[in-house]
Design a protein around this ligand. Structure first.
Ligand code: AHG
Ligand code: MN
Ligand code: MN
Length: 347
């Protein structure tokens, strides 16, 4: 970079070109991220129109709700966001295939177009219960390499641990639209400049404070939690007078993107633990579309991410739509939560 341009705003495009020049990403990954970012801009516009765009409410027809592979009723914006991401990524030649929380199976790129060497996984719209009430929602994505020699990837080719991710990110559609990205060299935030339609680097190298006094969990599930989670949160609630010796505050937005964005900004622990309702499915949140990309971003910002019993990024996936318990955020707080599980299991 010459001195003349040192203080210019850094667009996402420029950031990616500089990463490419430094040899950390190749042109195909750069294109992939640009395409995903462009799709996120379209989703942001659709989200922002709300009732004026006719995008609120449930998907389906003739009073019949549309149910996805997760067994959840789809919102119109879940379906629309999925279509936007699928269409945007169909023809660029950077991908071998895609998988989405909203689709039963992964899809190889159509034979009409060249196939690239990456696999893209996404939760097209996270926090769908918040769409109709005008609260932040988002898109989460994860990028893997297509295994060597595989031309037409199937679901099994996506079953790689989170450590194999080459990029991950999310875009939060809130008062600001912000894209948060890692290609394995720190976690960086880009705010959408709505006037010029460009993502601009606003925080280079996000850092999650190691200590926190803030936790995020759906407390209404308390009675269904496992004993170590009961003990951990019980001690948080005892505050200054309890074993933790400090008062904790609680936040729960019910959009993982928005909750994670808060902890990447000012610290905190986010948890969706195992409970007796979601235990038969393994947890509530999805490993490949939610837990892994968020864990990569959090680790790259100096935080930690765990299932409570294992580092998240080392979980070997066994199914595309696999669910897991999640603890992530401020490093020391996640380690504390993990210790409650270890102590319980040892006893
Ligand atoms: P999605 O809208 O993609 O299905 O994900 C919703 C997830 C996550 O974003 C959030 O943290 C959690 O579900 C909220 O769950 P509760 O409704 O149980 O609070
Ligand atoms: Mn989600
Ligand atoms: Mn979703």
């Amino acid at each position: 970079m010459t001195d003349a341009h040192r203080n210019d705003p850094v667009s996402l495009t420029r950031y990616l070109i500089e990463e490419q020049r430094a040899g950390r990403i190749g042109p195909d990954l750069r294109l992939l991220i640009e395409v995903v970012a462009r799709a996120c801009k379209r989703i942001s516009i659709a989200v922002g129109k709300g009732a004026l765009g006719g995008v609120l409410g449930d998907a389906g027809s003739a009073g019949q709700a549309s149910i996805n592979v997760q067994g959840e009723a789809q919102k119109k914006l879940d379906v629309l966001s999925n279509e936007i991401l699928m269409e945007a990524n169909a023809w660029g030649g950077h991908l071998a295939g895609l998988a989405s929380e909203e689709m039963d199976h992964s899809q190889p790129i159509s034979g009409d177009y060249p196939r690239g060497s990456y696999l893209l996984l996404f939760d097209p719209l996270d926090g769908s219960s918040n769409i109709d009430v005008n609260v932040s929602v988002g898109t989460i994505f994860s990028v893997l390499r297509c295994p060597e020699g595989v031309v037409t990837p199937t679901d099994a080719d996506y079953l790689q641990p989170g450590t194999a991710q080459v990029a991950a990110g999310y875009c939060v559609y809130g008062p600001q639209t912000t894209l948060v990205l890692t290609v394995g060299n720190g976690t960086h935030a880009f705010t959408l400049d709505r006037e010029i339609g460009s993502f601009t680097l606003t925080t280079r190298g996000m850092r999650i404070p190691e200590e926190t006094k803030e936790f995020a969990v759906n407390m209404s599930n308390q009675r269904f939690w496992e004993p170590p989670m009961q003990a951990y949160v019980g001690d948080l609630l005892k505050g200054k007078e309890g074993p933790r010796g400090k008062d904790f505050n609680m936040r729960w937005i019910a959009s993982m993107v928005a909750d994670v964005h808060r902890l990447l900004t000012r610290g905190g622990i986010f948890s969706y633990p195992l409970d007796s309702k979601c235990a038969p499915k393994g947890g509530k949140l999805r490993l490949m579309y939610e837990a892994n990309p968020m864990s990569f971003l959090v680790e790259q910002a100096g935080g930690a991410a765990s299932t409570g019993r294992q580092r998240m990024l080392e979980v070997q996936p066994t199914a595309l739509h696999q669910r897991v318990p999640v603890f992530l955020g401020s490093r020391h707080e996640v380690e504390t939560a993990v210790k409650y599980h270890a102590d319980h299991d040892a006893a």
